[in-house]
Design a protein around this ligand. Structure first.
Ligand code: AGP
Length: 603
């Protein structure tokens, strides 16, 4: 997820440009770069890798320049290479741009510019913008007119910033369907794709709207309408956040922020190319044995995947907890091990993969962190692109992993003839509708879930039940509860209860039941029979349910039923919020619970 920052100042800007891009790192990126005006020409420093890696080569912090822009790139058009990293420049380096978004008509523009004699250095859609400005400048000789001419030719989405030696005292910026704001400081002004880019230096901001562009100098700024060229009077908004809160996007904890990022994270997962999904599906289809590997949350994700592969693709793909994998392993050169890991560094999973590789197995992975050990060691990786997950407790990364396994199961089901083209289309439409349904829960149910969490915050023991594919959801929901609240919470299949654990049920043990929609038929009926069993022994049952009619619960949260395919995801989001609010009620260290680490790199 790209980020933009820029500074124009009476003082050297190296430190502020460096801090600006560093504070955009949380968005996730694969390369970064800066451009600055130096003695009436523009210098560009960029590379793949982290801001600190680029800084250590390029000494960004030591810059004495007073005007510059910077960018963190998350690749969309073109591979992750130094050439494709931003900033991008026109043929003669006179117009240099950074861009977030996608230029929809870039192919046509690029062809026209090539015909006009322009030379391209990258594969990006962004580079056309720099050449387009140069083309318009050749006609008008005026930077602002060239800027406006280029913007008017663009279709798609953009947040943009540009510098040029032809107007060395200004940064030009604009937005269309992508955020871009101006920071108004003292003896310096700023631009950013969000407040984090400059919040350490000023809290006074001017928010550009679609169809507006800004021209920012050291001590002033103007905003104009792209259509009419008229000046737009803007008001300055003072952000009431400190920089730490801002980095959390205004949320009190990263966990809540990351729960709220899930709609966007799912959209990103759905935009991962079909070819990437197909490449792993090829490996799974070719293998004689497939194992899904994870540990902790990712084991539950793998278990969820096992149900999906069975249900959608009639395929046997057992989930194995990676801490136990070596003790069970029967892999050989006909096996495929698909590992799931947000960090890509988990020791148990790394060791299991190493072991499987030694036995000749093929390996693949779903990983959130690019360049991590697991991403590098497997034959094929799907980078889930969920952006950084800072909270130790995994939420958005896990949900996205489940989405990617769903896409894999749909692909395999199509190949194996268990899903017709029509059903595939239905499933894909259901996945596309999911982000909006998650948003509805976040917007409309958070208050109810918070109230429930505070009502039950003193409960000492929870049992989480689910059946079928709702069983791994119950397991993951119970893990969320225990890791962030330190309250005992065990997950198990509803049917397992009567084989022992029922003896624990009394009025002090609370049971949370993840109930499928009534349309699930037998699964619904069987789940409700577990509810009855607990109630018959005087147990308290909290239902996360889709059935507004059936109210045998002591307390419940009723969700609106989506499709059968996506119904398991929504109770998970509700359970994440329940765990979060219970933790805040108990004043736990939400983002860094005791004894846990984000990457577990020990045996
Ligand atoms: C998740 O909330 C947990 N903190 C933990 O179980 C985690 O899922 C597990 O350690 C695996 O981590 P990974 O995804 O980074 O491999």
């Amino acid at each position: 997820m790209c980020g933009i920052t820029g500074v124009v100042s009476f003082h050297p800007i190296g430190d502020r440009l460096y801090e600006g891009v560093r504070h955009l790192e949380y968005r996730g990126y694969d390369s970064c770069g800066i451009a600055f005006l130096d003695d009436h020409h523009v210098e560009i420093r960029k590379d793949i890798g982290s801001v600190d890696e680029v800084d250590s080569k390029e000494n960004i912090r030591q810059l004495t320049a007073q005007v510059g822009i910077a960018h963190t790139r998350w690749a969309t058009h073109g591979k992750v290479t130094k050439e494709n990293a931003h900033p991008h420049q026109s043929c003669h380096g006179e117009f240099v741009v950074v861009h977030n978004g996608i230029i929809a008509n870039y192919k046509r523009l690029r062809d026209e510019l090539l015909k006009a004699g322009h030379h391209f250095r990258s594969e990006t859609d962004t580079e056309v913008i720099a050449h387009l400005i140069e083309q318009h400048f050749a006609e008008s000789g005026d930077v602002e007119r060239a800027w406006v001419g280029a913007l008017r030719a663009l279709q798609g989405s953009y947040a943009l910033a540009m510098i040029s030696p032809h107007d060395p005292d200004h940064i030009y910026c604009a937005r269309h369907e992508g955020p871009l704001i101006i920071g108004v400081g003292s003896e310096s002004n700023y631009i950013g794709s969000d407040f984090n880019a400059f919040i350490d230096y000023t809290k006074s901001t001017v928010i550009l709207e679609d169809g507006e562009y800004g021209i920012v100098s050291r001590d002033s700024f103007s905003v104009k309408s792209l259509q009419s060229g008229d000046v737009v009077e803007k008001t300055i908004t003072v952000i009431p956040w400190d920089s730490e809160l801002s980095r959390k996007g205004g949320y009190p904890h990263y966990m809540l922020k990351e729960i709220h990022e899930q709609p966007q994270a799912v959209r990103s997962a759905l935009s991962i190319g079909d070819d990437e999904i197909a490449a792993v599906a090829d490996m799974m289809a070719a293998a004689r044995r497939v194992h899904l590997l994870g540990v902790g949350t990712t084991y539950y994700v793998a278990l969820f995947g096992q149900y999906l592969m069975a249900q959608l693709a009639d395929m046997d793909a057992p989930a194995v907890s990676s801490d136990e994998f070596r003790h069970l392993d029967r892999t050989d050169s006909h096996s495929l091990v698909l590992a799931i890991s947000q960090s890509g560094e988990t020791y148990d999973t790394v060791m299991s993969l190493r072991h499987a590789k030694e036995r000749g197995a093929k390996t693949a992975a779903i990983v959130n962190v690019m360049g991590s050990s697991i991403a590098r060691m497997v034959d094929r990786v799907i980078l889930q692109g969920s952006g950084p997950e800072v909270c130790v407790v995994s939420t958005k990364a896990a949900l996205v992993q489940m989405i990617l396994l769903t896409r894999l199961a749909i692909e395999l089901g199509t190949r194996r003839g268990t899903l017709s083209a029509a059903v595939r289309r239905e499933h894909e439409a259901a996945l596309a509708a999911l982000p909006g349904q998650i948003e509805t829960i976040l917007n409309e149910k958070s208050g109810l879930i918070r109230a429930a969490a505070y009502r039950h915050a003193r409960v000492q023991n929870w049992l989480f039940l689910g059946r079928g594919i709702y069983y791994p959801i119950a397991l993951e929901a119970s893990l969320k509860m225990k890791e962030v609240t330190y309250v005992h919470a065990e997950g198990m299949p509803g049917g397992f209860l009567k084989h022992g654990t029922l003896s624990l049920v009394d009025d002090k043990l609370y049971t949370l039941v993840v109930v499928p929609p009534p349309s699930a038929g037998e699964l619904y009926a069987m789940t409700m029979s577990s509810v009855e069993e607990v109630k018959a022994r005087g147990g308290f049952v909290f239902g996360i349910t889709y059935d507004g009619e059936e109210d045998i619960f002591n307390d419940r949260l009723v969700l609106s039923p989506p499709s059968e395919l996506t119904a398991p995801f929504l109770p998970l989001v509700a359970a994440q919020l329940l765990a979060y609010f219970t933790a805040t009620a108990l004043k736990r260290n939400v983002d860094k619970p005791r004894s846990l680490a984000k990457s577990v790199t020990v045996a």
